[in-house]
Design a protein around this ligand. Structure first.
Ligand SMILES: C[S@@+](CC[C@H](N)C(=O)[O-])C[C@H]1O[C@@H](n2cnc3c(N)ncnc32)[C@H](O)[C@@H]1O
Length: 287
């Protein structure tokens, strides 16, 4: 454990600059100076956990090779994990009405169906996808259908995998689906059913790094994730998402996210922040 120096418990300019540069380099996260108070409060527990007493000492430690494990904890503390069941419900309507009939036909003809929730946070997004699939067609449970749910933050992935939520957290789940897909396991605790869990695989994945998946996805949800990245990072991701999608796949972004002008030729808009690859795009490459 490194020895910190005694000092004020407010973050100085140099420490903030070091930490924000690391957050961008490691995870693409943009932390402008307007976020200084947020960074200070989110990292306070990390100072306590490492036994360091100043942000300067902490910034130095996480920048060093010995600080690699703590760097991951720092990124986990700096990510924003807010999520809800059936968030931006218009995407689940598109999924149910336009996408699922095609996916079901594909699965019934023996082809795999693959959906990716990129930046899945605490699991509400992939579980909402699984509930929508199973509600529309219970047959999906016996077909080759999988939802890959990835996030950079391993601590939030543990919560996601548990699939346990408070009464307040499940308010977004439509009444008709609650009885089917959530079990009340304690007075204020609801757990997603085994059928729903079986459809989802959680994995750690940093979107800035290589994507090891060799399959193309029928649907990709990457919502409320790239909003934390700058334009250059976002621009580096659009062609990769296009390459990771089936030519007739679907791509959903968060309500305040847009594909940059330079990449707009790759995708057609097919609804509110809903896209499909332009089939004839000459830039199409394989994953
Ligand atoms: C606000 S949550 C969005 C959750 C969900 N998609 C939704 O819309 O409700 C953003 C998630 O993106 C993840 N994230 C941030 N940077 C990432 C990166 N470089 N690679 C993968 N995930 C990242 C965060 O850990 C966080 O869980």
């Amino acid at each position: 454990m490194p020895n910190g120096q005694a000092g004020p418990t407010t973050i100085g300019d140099a420490a903030f600059a070091k930490i924000s540069a690391l957050a961008k380099e490691e995870a693409g996260l943009i932390l402008p100076t307007s976020k200084v108070t947020m960074v200070q409060s989110r990292l306070r527990t990390r100072l306590a956990a490492t036994g360091l007493t100043t942000y300067e000492a902490y910034a130095k430690f996480v920048s060093s090779p010995e600080g690699a494990a703590e760097r991951r904890m720092m990124i986990s503390s700096l990510t924003t994990n807010v999520s809800h069941f059936f968030r931006e419900n218009h995407h689940f309507e598109i999924l149910r009405n336009a996408v699922i009939p095609r996916l079901l036909a594909r699965a019934k003809s023996g082809q795999p169906v693959r959906i990716w929730s990129a930046g899945c946070s605490s699991g509400q997004e992939p579980y909402s996808i699984a509930m929508t699939l199973l509600d529309a067609a219970p047959d999906f449970a016996g077909l080759d259908t999988l939802i890959l749910a990835t996030d950079i933050d391993t601590r939030i992935l543990e919560k996601a995998e548990a699939g346990t939520y408070s009464a307040q957290q499940i308010t977004g789940v439509p009444e008709a689906l609650r009885g089917k897909f959530l079990k009340c396991t304690d007075p204020d605790t609801y757990t997603v059913t085994a059928d729903v869990k079986r459809m989802v695989r959680f994995r750690e994945l940093n979107l800035l790094h290589d994507w090891p998946m060799r399959t193309r996805f029928d649907v990709i949800f990457c919502r409320n994730v790239v909003i934390y990245f700058d334009t250059a990072t976002q621009d580096s991701l659009w062609p990769r998402f296009e390459a990771a999608l089936q030519p007739d796949g679907w791509f959903f972004l968060g309500h305040s996210e847009r594909i940059s002008e330079a990449s707009q030729t790759r995708f057609s808009s097919v609804g509110m922040t809903a896209y499909q690859p332009v089939a004839t795009s000459p830039q199409t490459t394989t994953a």
